[in-house]
Ligand binder design. Structure first.
Ligand SMILES: *Cc1c(COP(=O)(O)O)cnc(C)c1O
Length: 458
């Protein structure tokens, strides 16, 4: 019997960037000097950097070639028009405003639409979205399905909005809700996808109450791949067709191009409503720059336009989602508790089950991140109490249901051999988990505290 031929990376490597493996003693010293905050490390002190998939993608030769075609005109750059055409073709939205990154698109959208005291429903707000809602005096509300909070539920679309709860909320508060948002894939919930059926249902509920519906589209292509895999009526559709249908139900989207546009910086706001576009582009001049560059160089917009097309290739997505699953499967094999099923851009270690002896106010997921770095030079990121911040009314920690260490896989950057290293490092920490201790703050900033917090061991 001939063996089935495995699939490997759908690219070959043209440029390499050396990474250095440090000793355990060096790493223990570096992380203590960084106040036990993984954001405080120098990237050269890290062997495998899984802090984020944001802006860390490797660009293709085609994107790099596009960089040489940068038209750096202040107004009306040809790269802007290419990007505009690309976004229109892929999303179907009429107007596109480039921004320096995703949070800038959120800033413009919420600046225009949100008044103090109003609510913003979302499946789960990402941290920058939540921070922008709060910054404008709004109140973020998460209505993700309850399965999202069960780390072992195999529900295929754990990013779905709980449509009944959204409907009930709008029935009561419609006058205080300026827009409905939906994050695909659901980053804060473990990179879990949202089904097309759910996107359609959310849009119907939003329509019922006359509310505009916006998609936080950072991982729109990864979400579409899951729809193709898991939603039976979409198996025969192309990724581009699924993406087009996803966006067809919405009035616009915010996008961080540092994710599924396969570039290192950039974002955009896309909308159908002309008045909204005008208001946002007027503010954009203040925060981002003239509407045909929005804080970006022409070359960046060209790379973004090309990346937005590449990300729709099914071979790429199969490799991308497959690599994340490869790591997840290895960890399960070693008995390491993770959020299942694994999401699109990251494997999330379940710190509550990994370190059950550390109470939530001693930051178990942060402590796990510290240990994994010391063990293997692998840098993850805490998605737990440290990230969640404090309730602005009570001043108490906003304890999240899940305490996770996110191992975020950059796009087209590491090989499966790197995944093997990560898995063994996690398994080793798991073996010595009883000896891991918690952390407490020695410094805490008032907003987005996770970036600069410093800790000591309890
Ligand atoms: C990254 C991200 C953002 C913010 O984008 P930036 O480019 O980092 O400003 C917003 N929402 C989600 C879901 C994200 O993952």
């Amino acid at each position: 019997m001939p063996k089935p031929i495995p699939t490997a990376e759908p690219f070959r490597i043209k440029v390499v960037e050396p990474v250095k493996l440090t000793t355990r003693e060096e790493r223990a010293e570096k992380i203590a000097a960084a106040g036990f905050n993984l954001f405080g490390l120098k990237s050269t002190e890290v062997y495998i950097d899984l802090l984020t998939d944001s802006g860390t993608s490797a660009m293709s030769d085609n994107q790099w070639a596009g960089m040489m075609l940068g038209d750096e005109a202040y107004a009306g750059s040809k790269n802007y028009f290419n990007l505009e055409r690309t976004v229109q073709e892929i999303t179907g939205f009429r107007y596109m405003l480039p921004t320096h990154q995703g949070r800038a698109a959120e800033n413009l959208l919420l600046y225009v639409m949100l008044a103090p005291g109003q609510f913003v429903p979302n499946n789960m707000h990402f941290d920058t979205t939540k921070a922008h809602v709060l910054h404008k005096g709004g109140i973020p509300r998460d209505f993700v399905v309850p399965e999202a909070y069960d780390p072992t539920s195999q529900y295929p679309f754990k990013g779905d909005m709980d449509v009944a709860r959204l409907d009930a909320f709008l029935a009561e508060h419609a006058n205080d809700v300026p827009l409905v948002m939906l994050t695909v894939t659901c980053n804060s919930g473990g990179g879990q996808p949202v089904s097309l059926k759910n996107i359609r249902a959310v849009s119907e509920v939003a329509k019922k109450y006359g509310k505009p519906f916006f998609i936080d589209a950072c991982r729109f292509a990864e979400n579409a791949y899951f729809i193709k895999q898991r939603e039976p009526s979409y198996q025969a559709k192309t990724i581009a067709e699924i993406v087009a249908e996803m966006f067809s139900y919405a009035d616009g989207c915010t996008m961080s191009s540092k994710k599924d546009a396969l570039v290192n910086i950039g974002g955009f706001l896309a909308v159908n409503d002309h008045a909204l576009y005008q208001a946002a582009s007027g503010l954009g001049v203040l925060f981002e720059g003239f509407p045909t560059y929005g804080g970006l160089a022409g070359r960046d917009m060209e790379a973004m336009a090309r990346g937005l097309r590449e990300v729709l290739e099914e071979d790429y997505l199969a490799y991308r989602i497959g690599q994340v699953k490869y790591l997840g499967d290895k960890l399960l094999e070693y008995g390491v508790p993770i959020i299942e099923p694994v999401g699109g851009h990251a494997v999330y270690l379940d710190a509550k089950r990994f370190l059950p002896h550390i109470p939530q106010h001693h930051f178990p997921a942060q402590a796990l991140g510290v240990e994994l770095f010391v063990e293997g030079g692998v840098r993850g990121v805490e998605i737990g109490t440290n990230l969640a911040g404090r309730n602005p009314k009570t001043g108490e920690h906003d304890f999240p249901a899940l305490e996770m260490l996110r191992l975020t896989i950059p796009r087209r950057v590491y090989t499966n051999r790197h995944m093997d290293v990560i898995a063994v490092a996690c398994a080793n920490v798991y073996e010595r988990r009883a000896a891991v201790t918690g952390l407490r703050y020695t410094y805490e900033a008032p907003i987005l505290r996770h970036f600069t917090a410093r800790f000591e061991r309890t």
